[in-house]
Design a protein around this ligand. Structure first.
Ligand code: UDX
Length: 433
């Protein structure tokens, strides 16, 4: 099937490449000429494991092309996916101006029946607005259908999440649109849930908000564990064996970040209020998440007493492992706190340091985790990169001014920390040393 992807960012690029790899002919359109040139020359502007090779393979097999022209993309395509950004505005609502602009441009270039499927995360009722916008700007004798096809891609595992999803959600208003999108996703051989458009839009916001709530819930429980002397890892384990609760998204830490959870929770809260429902629970999810970073900063202050002129090593800057994305990463707030307190910071991250250099002008960047720990008064762990778990702890301890680790992601076992003689402070567990 001929498919057009409008918006070749994180979601559009992964979606277009995977559809091409499934045998479709895909044209990915983006209005950023530099990005399109990069893609055409085989360079990938985002860090996503496995994406570069998959793009190269499908470009060489002539199933995947890139263009800045919406006309080129829309013409002949049977399905046009809208994958443009919906950034948060100051009041938490989603900025839908990119969606509206693209809907107008699609309408102006329609040369026959197509399904226009929105994959961007949008508040409920957006599908209706897209339909009205196209209706107003399309040549009268051309028919079309609008659909909602939300994505559930996690950064760092986006290709696997696309090719092996738990489910595909398709919100459509006609049998014809359902048939076309159903045919497109059929080769994945996974459950396809057909709904109306509004329900599909809410499924996305509700899913991300539930996951964020799960994280804030276990973080709240971690604070009760600290105050009572219980152990959050034991509590999480005891909860997660209940299949109704499950183990995923039940790891306590310094809270969620990224480009989706914060944005989607705020947008869902906003649209709910606009519809007349005061979603207090979501605001509590946000509050707990924000407090988790503040509580972690308090732990650092308590452990070091005075932060001024202290040397702090930082492991991990990205909002989670396997990505270079720093958007809403806890590290941004925590490093800023350390600098404001007059500490000097030496940070190491396996992939996010290049991007971090654009945000943090006045911190040092270490070439290895050992380098980041050397000569430090405390080592602060902010992202649970797997490589941090297998390091030589004896070497690290001997290289530090004092063996103090403050771990925001509970990467180490308490017994091991005790054995090596560290003072070890973590989340929801007893302090060592
Ligand atoms: C999320 C959703 O999972 C995905 O379905 C949606 O399409 C986009 O948003 P992503 O933001 O890439 O994906 O990352 P995810 O793996 O969901 O983690 C989000 C945040 O939660 C990260 O900051 C992570 O550190 C944090 N997290 C996750 C926890 O603090 N504890 C957990 O147990 C799991």
């Amino acid at each position: 099937m001929k498919i057009c992807i409008i918006g070749s960012g994180y979601v559009g690029l992964v979606t277009g490449t995977c559809f091409a790899d499934m045998g479709n002919d895909v044209i990915c359109v983006d209005n950023d000429a530099r990005k399109v040139e990069q893609l055409q020359s085989g360079k990938v502007p985002i860090y996503e494991p496995g994406l570069e090779d998959l793009i190269k393979k499908n470009v060489s097999e002539k199933r995947l092309v890139f263009s800045t022209e919406i006309r080129a993309g829309v013409k002949d395509s049977k399905v046009v996916f809208i994958c443009v950004q919906t950034p948060p505005r100051s009041d938490g609502s989603a900025d839908l101006s990119y969606i509206e602009k693209v809907a107008r441009e699609i309408a102006a270039n329609m040369d026959g029946y197509k399904v226009i499927a929105d994959k961007s995360t949008v508040p409920v009722e957006t599908g209706l607005w897209v339909q009205n916008t196209i209706q107003k700007n399309i040549k009268k004798d051309i028919s079309f259908d609008v659909a909602s096809n939300p994505e559930f891609l996690r950064e760092g595992s986006a290709i696997a999440d696309f090719l092996k999803p738990d489910r595909v959600v398709i919100g459509a208003q006609s049998d014809k649109a359902r048939e076309i999108l159903g045919e497109l996703y059929k080769p994945l051989e996974v459950p396809i849930i057909f709904t109306d458009i509004k329900s599909a839009e809410i499924i996305k916001h509700a899913s991300n908000s539930f996951l964020a709530m799960k994280i804030s819930f276990i973080n709240a429980i971690s604070n009760i564990c600290e105050k009572s002397g219980a152990d959050i890892e034991c509590v999480a384990k005891g909860m997660s064996d209940d299949h109704r609760i499950g183990a995923h998204f039940l790891s306590a830490g310094i809270g969620y970040g990224g480009s989706c959870f914060p944005k989607d929770v705020a947008a869902f809260n906003w649209i709910s209020g606009k519809l007349g429902y005061d979603f207090k629970l979501l605001r509590e999810v946000e509050r707990i998440n924000s407090d988790q970073r503040k509580l972690f900063c308090e732990k650092i202050s308590k452990a070091l007493w005075v932060l001024k002129e202290k040397n702090i090593g930082v492991w991990g800057l990205s909002f989670k492992p396997h990505t270079d994305d720093l958007r809403n990463a806890p590290a941004i707030e925590i490093v800023r706190f350390l600098l404001d307190e007059g500490a000097s910071v030496k940070a190491y991250d396996p992939v996010a340091m290049e991007k971090a250099k654009e945000i943090f002008a006045n911190i040092k960047f270490a070439l290895t985790p050992y380098d980041a720990a050397e000569g430090c008064d405390a080592l602060v762990i902010l992202t649970e990169w797997p490589e941090f778990k297998g390091l030589d702890l004896e070497r690290i301890k001997l290289s530090m001014n004092q063996p103090l680790i403050i771990d925001g992601r509970n990467i180490y076992d308490l017994g091991i920390m005790e054995k090596y003689g560290f003072q070890y402070i973590s989340i929801g567990r007893r302090q060592i040393g």
